[in-house]
Design a binder for this molecule. Structure first.
Ligand code: GLC
Length: 518
């Protein structure tokens, strides 16, 4: 981890992840939108974060809730208008917040005009903008590749008498990045949003564009390529993925994307679900860098124990190249809620960890108030993955702003697109100085004030069984973080307490953590 002289905002900053459909409805249709976000930017700025990553708001038939884009440079009417986006960018700038938009290079919607043209015949100008292949000798799909969303990754298109590839839904065909015209068109879409107020891209399933170009069957029983072990059960996650992703092509593309971004001082976060040694390759070599922040997802599957957390930190730091920068994600719109995964009694410790580990944290909206997972009957599910038993609605319930039945997310007379999960509201936590929300604010402000916390080195220190301790040091500033994950009170090293998750005396109660100035 290099220590550049000019610390860059995305290195010392904190990113707040907004799942737009679930953040704030402004027009009473039960769906969050850009005007809703506009009205809540003040709340986000007060929290003390630096950037907001906004999930897709582009034109889309919404079969995967916007990750299926039918026009990359148009705003879906459900989310508002271009004027609304411009309003968001102006207000964000006034408040000192950066905006990061989702960029989805692996696939488009089948409703995209590029795909309509591509599927129309084998001779049309966009014929190879997507991944097309003839049937296998037996007449079936070209390979045994499973889709991440269930079933085969191939669908037959009678117009061309060929199959097309889709690692997600059949309505989300994969683009063919071997074709330079695809890169050029997709880079234009990135330029569009960077020129229109975005300071960065969150690159959706970034490693998936690296297809080898060869159509060899997978070993379907290879043990899983995903870091999140909890997920390594579906056929997709158990397969070997030698040819459908993570090949050299992705690296070549991201090298060029990096040039485009650096010219605009913009950042690329990458969604990379790969084991640490593969994940780290997305930083690129030092003289030909790729993504700025390939996001590390190890915490999502880590056991909430001293060993589980320490080994996850070691996994990332030991795989990190010298020019790389760590990142931490403990929740997002694809996962059950943090509070439900680790237990509500541990959310304060989780906040302390997320905001004191070395590197850039991403905080998922709602986790700062301890929102629990939405418990939804399978029949009420809205996620296309629900049929596979791995539905993602649990982490997508609308934000609870007030104690009103619909939480101030939308009018009470309107049905929100997903029900709200139980749990406290922002308004209730505002008035309680001991709330999780206040702890997040205090941590964020302390992190900003202390260089050791946002850019210091990291060193694990000796700690009694069941506790985890580490030091963050910058110049003469040295801070020690101690967390007690055991069931009994632990002894506390001497030092001045800068912040504690619970009342501490000379011992640290079970489930508590502190930041100390030794
Ligand atoms: C990413 C998104 C997820 C989406 C998928 C396909 O994993 O986070 O929500 O379904 O990509 O675009």
């Amino acid at each position: 981890m290099e220590r550049p002289d000019n610390w860059i905002w995305w290195q010392h900053g904190v990113i707040y992840h907004v799942y737009l459909r679930s953040f704030q409805d402004s027009d009473g249709d039960g769906v969050g939108d850009l005007r809703g976000l506009y009205g809540r930017l003040g709340y986000i700025a007060d929290l003390g974060v630096d950037a907001v990553w906004v999930s897709p708001f582009y034109a889309s038939p919404k079969r995967d809730w916007g990750y299926d884009v039918s026009d990359h440079i148009a705003i879906d009417p459900a989310f508002g208008t271009m004027a609304d986006w411009d309003g968001v960018t102006q207000e964000a700038e006034r408040l000192g917040l950066r905006l990061i938009v989702d960029w989805i290079p692996n696939h488009t919607s089948s409703d995209h005009e590029w795909f309509a043209e591509s599927r129309s015949s084998r001779e049309n100008p966009k014929a190879d903008w997507y991944v097309w292949a003839d049937a296998s000798e037996s007449g079936g799909p070209p390979t045994n590749w499973p889709s991440a969303f269930g079933g085969s990754a191939w669908t037959w298109a009678p117009e061309r008498e060929q199959y097309y590839l889709h690692l997600c839904l059949p309505s989300m065909p994969d683009l063919n990045w071997h074709n330079p015209a695809v890169e050029s068109a997709m880079f234009d879409t990135a330029r569009f949003w960077l020129d229109r107020g975005a300071s960065g891209l969150r690159v959706d399933v970034a490693h998936w564009i690296g297809k080898s170009g060869r159509l060899n069957d997978h070993d379907l029983d290879a043990g899983g390529t995903f870091v999140n072990a909890a997920k390594a059960f579906t056929p997709f996650e158990s397969a070997e993925h030698t040819h459908d992703m993570d090949g050299p092509l992705a690296h070549a593309v991201y090298r060029r994307l990096r040039t485009l971004l650096d010219q605009r001082q913009a950042v690329a976060l990458g969604e990379i679900h790969l084991p640490p040694e593969r994940w780290s390759t997305y930083f690129g070599p030092p003289d030909a860098p790729e993504l700025h922040l390939p996001q590390f997802f190890g915490l999502l599957g880590a056991a909430f124990t001293t060993d589980g957390i320490a080994s996850t930190v070691d996994d990332q730091l030991s795989a990190l190249p010298p020019h790389g920068w760590p990142s931490w994600v403990w929740g997002n719109h694809d996962e059950p809620r943090l509070a439900s995964r680790i237990g509500p009694g541990r959310t304060r410790l989780a906040a302390l960890l997320l905001l004191t580990l070395p590197g850039t944290p991403t905080l998922y909206a709602g986790d700062e108030i301890g929102t629990p997972s939405l418990d939804l009957a399978p029949a009420d599910s809205r996620d296309p993955l629900a049929g596979q038993g791995t539905g993602r609605d649990a982490g997508r319930s609308p934000m609870r702003w007030t104690p009103a039945p619909n939480g101030g997310f939308c009018p009470d007379a309107v049905a929100p697109w997903l029900p709200l999960s139980a749990g406290p509201s922002v308004a209730e936590q505002e008035t309680d100085s001991g709330s999780l929300l206040h702890l997040y604010r205090d941590l964020l402000s302390l992190r900003r004030a202390h260089p050791a916390l946002h850019r210091g080195t990291y060193q694990r220190t000796h700690a009694p069984d069941g506790t985890l301790a580490y030091e963050r040091t910058d110049g003469s500033e040295r801070l020690r973080i101690v967390l007690n994950l055991s069931d009994a009170p632990a002894s506390l090293p001497p030092g001045r307490v800068l912040l504690a998750t619970h009342a501490v005396t000379d011992t640290l109660p079970s489930g508590a953590g502190v930041i100390l100035q030794p």
